[in-house]
Design a protein around this ligand. Sequence first.
Ligand SMILES: [Zn+2]
Length: 224
Amino acid sequence: MRPRRDDGDLPPELPGKCNSRKRADGPPTRCRMTAGHGTTHLGHGQCSRHGGSTQTGRAIAAKELVADVARRFGAPREIDPLLALQEEVSRTAGLIDLIEGEVNATVGPDGRPMLVETINGREGTRTTPSPLLDLHHRERRHFVAAARAALDGGVVTERDRWIADYQHRVLGLIAGIIRGLGLDPDAPEVVAVVSRCLGEFAATTSGRSELLAVPADDGDGVSW
Ligand SMILES: [Zn+2]
């Protein structure tokens, strides 16, 4: 909700309401219609009687929607700092997608995305970038900062460690199965079969092949 001048005289803004100041004789008051009533953005922004359907009104509502989503994702919980950074990168990428969707959905009379906003003030008419573009720009900067922090913090290192651990466990499992069958994991015919099977598995799991790319020597004495 946006601070307005002379709000001290007005009743408080209520969540989910239009909250526009009403021009009326008598004490100052606010519109208590549902936010976005009569517009395409029910639930956010001003109602249709208070500018909700204008270009500016639609942009404000879209910005509120994005801010609302961001706020709801901000619920606190315990999390590993590295994981938090990784999530922050993913979340910011999602938020940027959302903002881009809103930019494309917020169109002017010519049906094109509204990239600038015309503001009529006492000093005349001027154009500024749409509030959504401004938000988009800020989130992209935040995305770069979060991604850089995640890299600096060792998210990639952590991922490599996880992959190595996964490899070690799977290869240990296979060696256990071979020994359980009464075979020697180092016997040439066993090495040949296991190597071929792992190669086939890696070939059919494209992007995840690194999970089972057999290390030259993982130190467990088994020579796959
Ligand atoms: Zn209203």
